[in-house]
Design a protein around this ligand. Structure first.
Ligand code: ZN
Length: 142
């Protein structure tokens, strides 16, 4: 079972303008910006209480975020649930009949492994599973 809602992904057109808007709305500043080259997105993260907000802006017209905004406009893009074992979670949900976009996890922003479930099988809600990557052991200090 997923452990909790980890973040809400929000598709935006102009990252600078939206960072300013969400800083005013939430009363906190973004804690990091990170590009995910493979997805053609640049992300900006806010933390409020236990939940994060991931603003997503396209870096090119072929980016899934650009296509999403063309179709639906700006707004909520996905919900992300934290898992303690993402591989097990994907296998289990697939067996239950959920349609997976990613059969195995891939690298996402914010030091996470991520995978998406198709919104067709989740009442139209694009759903992300994520798991914190294990911190690599630093052998140099030994
Ligand atoms: Zn996400």
């Amino acid at each position: 079972m997923p452990k909790k809602l980890e973040h809400i992904g929000i598709a935006v057109k102009d990252l600078d303008a939206s960072e300013e808007l969400f800083t005013q709305l939430l009363g906190v500043k973004p804690y990091k910006r990170e590009a995910v080259e493979s997805e053609g997105v640049i992300t900006s993260f806010f933390a409020l209480g236990d939940v994060k907000f991931e603003l997503l802006a396209a870096t090119n017209p072929d980016s899934p975020i650009a296509k999403f905004i063309d179709k639906k406009g700006e707004g909520i893009h996905h919900l992300a649930f934290e898992c303690s074992n993402i591989r097990h979670e994907l296998l289990e949900k697939s067996e239950m009949g959920f349609q997976l976009i990613h059969q195995t996890p891939k690298d996402g922003a914010d030091n996470k492994e991520i995978a998406f479930l198709h919104p067709k099988s989740t009442n139209g809600v694009l759903t992300e599973f994520c798991q914190e990557k294990l911190t690599p052991v630093d052998h140099k200090t030994q």
